[in-house]
Ligand binder design. Sequence first.
Ligand SMILES: [Zn+2]
Length: 386
Amino acid sequence: MTYHRMRAIRTSGVYHPDREVVEGTVILVEDGRVVDVRDDVPNDATLVHDSDSYALPGLVDAHSHAPIRPGEGDQLGQMRANPVEQTVRAVENLRRDLEAGTTTMRLMGCEHGLDVHLATLERDGSLVSPRLLPTGGHLTPTAGHGMALTATDGPEAIRRRIREHVAAGAHHVKYFATGGVSSAEGSLDEAPYSTAEVEAIVDEAHRHGRHVATHAHGGTGARQAIDAGVDTIEHGAALSTDDLDALEAGESHVVGTFTILHSAEGIEAGDADSPAVMANLEAARERERETWTALLDRDVDVALGTDSMHGHLPGEVDHLLSRGASPERAIRAVTTEAARAARVVDAGHLSPGAHADVLLVADPPVDRPATLAEPRAVVKGGEVVA
Ligand SMILES: [Zn+2]
């Protein structure tokens, strides 16, 4: 075997979240992919990083929106803004995410099909960004949460919209099953879509080989989503005991998004002058704490997302720990499990064949998860990018 085309990353140890072990010190890379994790650098390989850092897979953000900044308020208004303005903001946001260690990101909806175009630019190498998994646009009915410019009502219109998104390059389908926090429309328990509409979404998406991500906090909307067989429940701040039973028995992931609710730089910073949003926020904070403490007591697959709190994925890990997750589980929620939730097989781990996306940190991650917030270097596709 010749190694002259290979690159090597030499560390103090490589953490494998799925197996919960530190094993091997040298990551060998060819054509942007991991070839081997071992303990020596072959003579003719090029050393691209050499330090006493610990390595783990580059982080996977299972839920974000490229152009949005919650701290600036009025997220729906931000989604209605013209696409050029939104693109400029997205470019800066995505750079921040990458510099903080996120190398793969699942996007959860926007207007103007923006995320598909951003994903194309990233693939072409024209955008300094995590790898992007776009949805093309989200589905919400008239008067539903998340309705900025586009509403989709009725099973036939839903099916057509999904086909359009798939044709444009959507990696998955996202719909709003309940109200949310960041707009005055709808409570956390409301169900703006009918059961027939939800079933049309899941059927159409799955027939096209796309998974379904669902904004769902609780009540009837969350129940409809779980019963219809959606693949990921996003947020889940107000899930019932019955919902948790069903989730434990099933295979859906629940994706937690905590920073946007709890950080002073989140919704609180942007929407303090909207009494409706602040009331939603208070309710969600309280219910989230109760729900997630109960959820983490169970064998439910969990992943984490920043929900547009760019650069804050390590902060999500802190929140999951504070709700009772072990460090191993919390780290899996931004690596292995986040990749599973996002249906990507070549991210979230450092086995041969995976993208050579690596986060280099000072300490063994399980011993001190806070080390994730202070990356020494970020490697994407075998290149040091931050
Ligand atoms: Zn979101």
